[in-house]
Design a protein. Structure first.
Lengths: 150, 90
C-alpha cells in the first residue's frame, strides 16, 4: 500500500476527489513497470545460466547450416551409419559409436525422423515411459562424456 | 514526484488502450519506446551488446504485454479498503 500512500500524498486530494481513470492508469503503470523489470532481469539471468551450461565453441548458425546441408544432401532415405560417418566432432563420434543399436535407433528416430515417443515405443515393442527413460539416460551419458573429454 | 506520477499514468493509459484493442500497432510502439532503454541496458554482456540476449529480451517484453492482466475490480476494491482506512484513522 506504500505506492497508494505516495500517490495520495502527491495528489493532495486525500481520497476526496479521486479520478477513477487516473487512479487506474497510475496503478496499471506501476504494476506493469515492476512486472517488466522483474521478467527482464529473470530472462537475462536464465540466459546467462544457459550459456554457461551449454557453451560450445561452434555458434548456433553453423550447426543449423550443417543440419540444413544434411537434410538437403541425403533426402528422405537417411541411414544411421551415414549420419554417424558425417559427424565432424571426434568426441561425439566416439560416444555414438559406443552406443548399442537400440539406443542409436531411438536417437535416430526421435531427432532425425522426428517421430513421437509413442511411435518409437510401438516400433521397438516397449512402453513409452521406457523410451523416454532411455533417451534421458543417453543424453545424460553424452553430457557427462563430453564434459570429461574436453 | 509529480513527473513520476505522470509517467506511470501515461504508461497505464497506453496499456489500457492496448488491452482494449485501440490502435494496437501505434500504442505498442509507444510502449516499446519507453522501455527500449531498459532492454538495451540489460542486453550488455561482457561489455558488448549480445544480440541473442537482446532478441530474447524483446520476446520477453512482448510476452509481458500479452500476459499482463487488467483487473479493474481488484484495484477498485483496494482503493475502497484504503479509503475506509483513511476515514477510520481521521
Amino acid at each position: 500500500m506504500l505506492f497508494l500512500d505516495k500517490y495520495f500524498n502527491n495528489i493532495k486530494s486525500k481520497a476526496s476527489n479521486i479520478n477513477k481513470e487516473q487512479y487506474l492508469n497510475y496503478i496499471y503503470g506501476i504494476m506493469f513497470i515492476s512486472y517488466i523489470k522483474k521478467s527482464i532481469s529473470e530472462t537475462r539471468k536464465s540466459y546467462i545460466i544457459r550459456k554457461k551450461k551449454y557453451c560450445n565453441d561452434t555458434p548456433i548458425g553453423e550447426i543449423l547450416d550443417s543440419c540444413y546441408y544434411l537434410e538437403n544432401s541425403m533426402g528422405s532415405n537417411i541411414q544411421i551409419e551415414d549420419i554417424i560417418q558425417d559427424i565432424e566432432d571426434i568426441r561425439l563420434y566416439t560416444f555414438i559409436k559406443k552406443l548399442s543399436s537400440r539406443q542409436k535407433s531411438i536417437l535416430f528416430s526421435y531427432y532425425i525422423q522426428q517421430e513421437n515417443e509413442i511411435e518409437i515405443s510401438l516400433k521397438l515393442g516397449i512402453t513409452k515411459q521406457a523410451v523416454s527413460k532411455m533417451k534421458k539416460k543417453i543424453l545424460y551419458a553424452a553430457n557427462e562424456y563430453l564434459r570429461k573429454n574436453v | 514526484m509529480d513527473t513520476d506520477i505522470e509517467k506511470y499514468e501515461s504508461i497505464g493509459y497506453l496499456l489500457r488502450n492496448i488491452k482494449n484493442g485501440n490502435d494496437y500497432h501505434n500504442t505498442f510502439n509507444a510502449i516499446l519506446e519507453k522501455f527500449e532503454s531498459l532492454i538495451k541496458k540489460n542486453s550488455f554482456l561482457n561489455g558488448e551488446v549480445n544480440c541473442d540476449l537482446k532478441s530474447e529480451l524483446y520476446v520477453a517484453f512482448i510476452k509481458c504485454i500479452n500476459k499482463f492482466s487488467i483487473d479493474e475490480k481488484y484495484y477498485l476494491e483496494l482503493l475502497k479498503i484504503f479509503y475506509n482506512n483513511i476515514n477510520s484513522s481521521n
